[in-house]
Design a protein around this ligand. Structure first.
Ligand code: ZN
Length: 472
């Protein structure tokens, strides 16, 4: 929606909101459907059963096409290729991966600043839409996409639905950071309905104790077959369902989480409350290649949607290493992302050939850790990986957030319930000390609530200071 339509939407009565969301949904549905969607979906479906070497061959081909197109139609990349003395013949004849390695990383700031030059000027790829997102500094960024990218994304989603065992059509619910009803409203409905895609959008901003029962009532009435969105929203609902012994009147086929770090103990709570599997998925609004979990809960790199490179950060001495992701994406040829430092950190196996028991040909990684800017760093331990094991087995904590304020001070905010004891608090502090080292002062603070961050996302870990370049 444009800014003007968005402001108009906010003041409309609820039934007009439903109508506007449905019209928008219809337009989006039309944009995503077409010949390319069908062709690409068939290709992707076949590819995943074709074995690793065929997927790799496909990846090389796509990379070659991306490099050729970017050189021809993007003034930004043309300049980079020229600087490296690379021409079209080199790309056609040489190894695409070797050529890729010669190019510098694309930093977020460059993507924002040189957005126009990065965009492809290919006349056969007119822009059909723009995604507005924000960079690390909060500065807005616009990502244009063409019709093929839109249809391609829809095909990738469809393959993801297949991974989760969803039928061709289904009723769904989405919890995202969009403001869909007035943030100050105290009364339901806290949702709007897109009749075209049978999709109910539920607000993540109104999930207070007073409102949760109306959410549950609506869900019981609507009976979704699939839910997706922020894990923190599902965790709040799941805790309420379990604490109040509520039996839901529906059993979804799957829940998909994204955009925030999914903690292992939150996954357990959500799966128990909703009675279905949770799949965690990684992609970004900028159009990064996909990381998708299989039925065994193992994240796989969909290398047919892009190239993943890693900047290693810290060895975990257990066969895994924490690495910053650098991505080259095949998902949007209109705004090509080549060696993009997206700012996320994952934990990967040093043995890159390690096979998942699910039998998938896509490489597996251990886990997605989170935003590079929020990875804690201490003098004793360096970069700290996932902190959710610190909560393992502890009860009485409804919500929590770990904030590193300086190199040697950490605040742990917790929203406690009646089961919380001083002993549990002590154990939590001990568990965090085990991970960050003993020379860090940790303060436990009990609070009534923890506010949501930008785009309604819940940040479970936050580092409030910048690292010196030697520590990066
Ligand atoms: Zn697997």
């Amino acid at each position: 929606m444009t800014k003007m339509i968005e402001s108009l939407y906010r003041v409309m009565p609820h039934w007009v909101k439903n109508l506007m969301v449905s019209v928008y949904g219809l337009k989006d549905h039309i944009k995503g459907n077409g010949k390319y969607y069908l062709l690409y979906y068939q290709q992707l479906s076949k590819l995943q059963t074709n074995g690793h070497s065929n997927i790799e061959a496909y990846q090389k081909n796509r990379l070659k096409t991306l490099l050729q197109e970017s050189m021809q139609y993007s003034t930004y990349y043309k300049k980079l290729f020229d600087t490296q003395n690379i021409n079209q013949v080199d790309i056609s004849a040489g190894s695409a991966n070797k050529i890729l390695n010669k190019l510098p990383y694309l930093e977020k700031e460059n993507l924002r600043q040189y957005n126009r030059e990065i965009c492809s000027a290919d006349k056969s790829r007119p822009a059909v839409g723009i995604i507005h997102t924000s960079g690390t500094t909060g500065a807005p960024m616009s990502i244009e996409y063409d019709s093929q990218s839109k249809q391609g994304t829809k095909a990738e989603w469809r393959r993801y639905y297949d991974w989760m065992g969803l039928p061709k059509k289904f009723k769904s619910v989405r919890f995202s950071g969009r403001i869909i009803v007035d943030p100050n409203t105290k009364k339901a409905p806290f949702w709007v309905y897109n009749i075209v895609n049978k999709q109910l959008f539920m607000s993540t901003y109104h999930l207070s104790e007073d409102n949760i029962s109306s959410y549950i009532e609506k869900l019981n009435h609507y009976k979704p077959e699939f839910l997706d969105g922020y894990p923190s929203a599902f965790h709040i609902l799941a805790q309420y369902i379990l604490a109040n012994n509520i039996k839901l009147k529906f059993k979804p086929l799957a829940i998909s989480t994204t955009a925030e770090t999914l903690f292992d103990h939150h996954r357990v709570t959500i799966e128990k409350a909703f009675g279905c599997k949770v799949y965690n998925q990684y992609a970004s609004s900028e159009g990064a290649p996909w990381i998708v979990e299989c039925k065994l809960g193992v994240p796989h790199l969909w290398i047919d949607t892009g190239v993943f490179e890693f900047i290693d950060q810290s060895d975990n001495h257990d066969g895994t290493v924490n690495s910053e992701l650098v991505v080259t994406s095949f998902r949007n040829f209109k705004t090509p992302l080549i060696r993009y430092r997206i700012g996320d950190v994952i934990c990967r196996y040093k043995d890159e050939k390690k096979k998942c028991a699910c039998g998938s040909s896509y490489p597996m990684i251990k886990s997605i850790i989170g935003r590079q800017d929020d990875i804690l760093f201490t003098k004793d331990k360096g970069h700290i990986g996932r902190l959710d094991p610190a909560y393992k087995g502890l009860t009485g904590i409804r919500q929590s957030k770990i904030i590193q304020k300086t190199i040697d001070t950490i605040d742990v905010l917790i929203v406690a319930d009646k089961n919380f004891t001083a002993e549990i608090g002590k154990k939590l502090l001990q568990n965090i000390h085990d991970r960050v080292g003993v020379n860090v002062s940790i303060t436990l603070l009990k609070v009534d609530s923890i506010p949501l961050g930008k785009n309604g996302k819940f940040k479970s870990v936050e580092r409030q200071f910048k690292l010196e370049s030697k520590e990066l």
